[in-house]
Ligand binder design. Structure first.
Ligand code: ZN
Length: 276
């Protein structure tokens, strides 16, 4: 059976049946970034309870199915424009030590949703928090206008490199929800690229395979980004199978995008305590 890693999945919204199926399909380790719960939050306390739930309860729940679970903590891009809530929540995240907790391997997901200045303020603030602590970050490309999202990120990186602002290490940045139009730029900037494979809309397994055939398997990883919406917690095993069937990739290349690249990336964090 292949050994698999899903580096982006929101188990908060999934059932024990999903865990069972994931375990059966060979998924050994997962990373769960902070997401938007589906309705606007009104209190800082709901962020804190959510982070606590992921760090403690979800890690234990995954373990019952033989799956190692790690988390990324953040105020999600979809919550970034709320004022004063987003600012207060980021302050609580830092002040109350969530980033120092066991198995918190990155700040994320952070980034843009609608792409506006309020979101960017919270995005940049969280990028700085990550880099000042030498932490990894997982960055969400917006579902609409992805190209503008990646171009804005490049502008932020260049601004910081030229000035005396906080420097960001592109090797510690994972850019998720890449598509054909953004992956080249992500890889050229020296970052890691995630491909979110969904069953119906957005990026299908076929589209992901085309991208891998064109741009290669270095620094790229497949994930499900499964959440409340139409998504598939078995996207990683599915893509592994489809890659094999296509005859375009050898076992090492399949292994890279479904297991070892994600290990390479996350083991840069001392909190990624799992050994394959
Ligand atoms: Zn996500």
């Amino acid at each position: 059976m292949p050994r698999l890693f899903d580096p982006h999945i929101h188990m908060y919204s999934r059932t024990t049946d999903d865990y069972q199926a994931m375990s059966k399909a060979g998924i050994e380790v997962i990373v769960q970034p902070s997401f938007w719960l589906g309705s606007p939050r009104r209190f800082v306390g709901t962020f804190e309870d959510y982070w606590e739930n992921m760090i403690s309860f979800e890690t234990k729940r995954a373990k019952e199915f033989g799956i190692e679970h790690f988390t990324c903590i953040s105020v999600n891009p979809k919550e970034g424009a709320a004022r004063p809530l987003a600012v207060e929540a980021v302050d609580a995240m830092v002040k109350n030590g969530y980033l120092e907790r066991d198995r918190v391997v990155a700040v994320g997901e952070i980034g843009y949703d609608q792409i506006n200045e309020l979101e960017e303020e919270i995005f940049v603030k969280q990028m700085n928090i990550a880099s000042e602590r030498h932490m990894l970050m997982t960055i969400h490309l917006p579902h609409k206008n992805k190209l503008k999202g990646i171009q804005n990120l490049e502008r932020i990186m260049n601004d910081n490199a030229r000035s005396n602002k906080t420097k960001h290490d592109s090797n510690k940045m994972l850019i998720d929800h890449n598509v054909e139009e953004t992956i080249k730029q992500t890889l050229e900037m020296g970052m890691w690229a995630g491909l979110s494979v969904y069953p119906i809309t957005k990026l299908s397994p076929d589209m992901a395979i085309k991208i891998l055939a064109k741009y290669g398997t270095e620094h790229v990883m497949i994930h499900s980004a499964a959440d409340w919406g139409r998504s598939n917690p078995l996207s990683v095993p599915l893509v592994a199978q489809e890659m094999k069937k296509s005859g375009q990739f050898n076992d090492n290349e399949i292994d890279k995008v479904t297991f070892t690249n994600a290990i390479e990336f996350f083991k840069q964090s001392p909190k990624f305590t799992w050994n394959p």
